[in-house]
Design a protein around this ligand. Structure first.
Ligand SMILES: C=CC1=C(C)c2cc3[nH]c(cc4nc(cc5[nH]c(cc1n2)c(C)c5CCC(=O)O)C(CCC(=O)O)=C4C)c(C)c3C=C
Ligand SMILES: [Fe+2]
Length: 463
């Protein structure tokens, strides 16, 4: 992302409605987009004194409810409860985790270059039978109003008439993002096939695919991320409720990442195999970042300008055999050290891979089938994607093995020059393949961010 990105302008502070509290917050300074996990930054703003474009803050609604609650405590409680009630009246500031806000309006949708959040929900919908372009436009309008409110730390529109479930009442925005995309089939269902971009052509089949059609694809996709589990769940339910009669849930995947502040310094996240994962992502400071990740304007499908394509793969990890491998073998499979993510050729996490370096026996130090070597852009005609995954754990399979792995989400301006060539190569010769299974797959066109007063996808649905 080069230059100013209104969707991810960095400011930090306390959310609207908390302005009168002592601040005491120490705005976190995090690095730019393209990094993963705690390392990344962007999408923040200070809500103090901000005008209230969407409605009352969640906290103002709590304040109204609070009087009744405090009375109840005082009447029925012994000293401990009273002390508790008193401490509730003592203002304490949100930490930056709660107060950080990602922008809904802007050049790009939030949730692409936004730092990885600790909670994620990926949900796909199909339009209901009989629902077409008109219903789809109304749905995107509803979802956009909802996203604008929730991302600002406000209740769902219509909260005064009971439209908000209350699950996130006492929380700040918590870096909530909602990101909306269109699948290939959406264009047939809405009579917009002529406006479907070639980038949505089906992904090729890969030899190792074991895809479950029911958990793949979909007309519409919503990616939800937040640094609080309740804020994320609140948004998930609100999105599902707002779908109303227009769309039906097709699949849902729930994921997580490390919580901000869990490490003593900002660092790239780890996946469930224990590897530092996300190191060699394109960085927003790279001169060609925008060109690689975002669709340029002025093309045949201008409605997608400043948008991107998301490839989503549910990749189960075979953790039992993986965890039995000695550390040295695990590291040779990736080509990097597990402890700090540095290449096996030495240095630190960000040292370039020494792909030409040989050991004393004349063999490459980073093996020929190492995952890092095979997927590196320099081995793939520069093919690059922004990987922004969540881990998942859905309990155990019937054989007792963990149903856990990676909700791999990657972003690119063109899937045929990002995900596809790299996955083709990994499919043929990646040492990691023995330990992973691709179980679901989807591809979505994600429009650019909406301007103030616009809804996501308006340029497609109303042109
Ligand atoms: C087709 C794209 C990719 C899939 C699918 C994929 C799955 C996958 N990856 C890991 C773990 C790591 N991947 C790493 C690097 C890396 N992976 C891809 C692409 C896919 N990975 C790329 C383009 C890169 C960057 C390569 C480079 O330039 O060095 C790493 C190393 C650290 C890093 O750069 O992130 C790890 C670790 C898993 C576990 C996985 C499937 C479950
Ligand atoms: Fe990878």
């Amino acid at each position: 992302m080069s230059g100013a990105d209104p969707g991810t302008t960095a400011r930090a502070g306390v959310p609207a409605g908390r302005a009168s509290r002592p601040s005491g917050t120490s705005p976190g300074r995090e690095s730019g987009a393209g990094s993963n996990g705690d390392r990344a930054g962007g999408g923040r703003r200070d809500r103090t004194g901000d005008p209230d474009p969407v409605g009352p803050s969640r906290r103002r609604i709590i304040a109204a409810a609070g009087t009744a609650g405090a009375t109840g405590l005082a009447l029925g409680a012994a000293g401990g409860a009273l002390a508790h009630a008193a401490s509730r009246d003592t203002p304490t500031a949100l930490t930056t985790v709660g107060s950080t806000e990602a922008m809904f309006h802007g050049k790009h949708q939030a949730g692409i270059t936004t730092p990885l959040q600790s909670r994620g929900h990926l949900i796909a919908f199909d339009l209901a039978p009989g629902a077409g372009r008109k219903e789809a436009a109304a749905l995107l309008r509803r979802w956009s109003a909802l996203a604008a409110a929730l991302m600002a730390g406000k209740p769902a529109p219509g909260a005064d008439t009971g439209a908000d479930t209350g699950v996130a009442l006492d929380a700040g925005p918590s870096s909530l993002t909602l990101t909306f995309g269109f699948g290939r089939t959406f264009f047939d269902r809405t009579g917009l096939a002529a406006r479907r971009p070639a980038g949505l052509d089906p992904l090729p089949a890969f030899s190792a695919d074991q895809l479950d059609a029911r958990r793949s694809n979909g007309d519409l996709w919503v990616q939800i991320g937040a640094n609080d589990a309740l804020v994320a769940f609140h948004a998930l339910r609100a999105v599902q409720r707002a779908a109303g009669e227009a769309a039906r849930l097709r699949w849902q995947m729930d994921g997580f990442n490390r919580s901000p502040g869990a490490t003593d310094r900002p660092m790239t996240t780890r996946n469930l195999m224990g590897q530092v994962d996300g190191t060699n992502n394109p960085q927003s400071s790279d001169p060609d970042f925008d060109r690689r990740i975002f669709v340029p304007g002025g093309g045949e499908h201008d409605w997608l300008a400043n948008g991107s394509y998301a490839v989503v793969r549910r990749i189960r990890m075979l953790l039992d055999p993986w965890e039995r491998l000695p550390l040295a073998k695990q590291e040779r499979i990736i080509g990097r050290r597990k402890s700090d993510g540095a290449p096996l050729t030495g240095g630190s996490e960000t040292t370039p891979l020494g792909l030409e370096e040989l050991d004393t026996d004349g063999r490459p130090v980073i093996p020929a089938n190492a995952h890092s070597r095979i997927s590196a852009p320099e081995q793939n005609q520069g093919a690059a994607m922004l990987r922004r995954p969540f881990s998942y754990h859905d309990g155990a399979l019937p054989d007792g093995s963990p149903d856990a792995g990676l909700l791999f989400v990657c972003w690119q301006a063109d899937p045929l020059r990002g995900f596809v060539p790299v996955q083709r190569k990994l499919d043929r010769g990646d040492a990691l393949s023995e330990f992973v299974r691709h179980e679901a797959s989807a591809l979505f066109a994600v429009p650019g961010g909406p301007a103030e007063g616009e809804y996501v996808g308006q340029r497609l649905l109303e042109a």
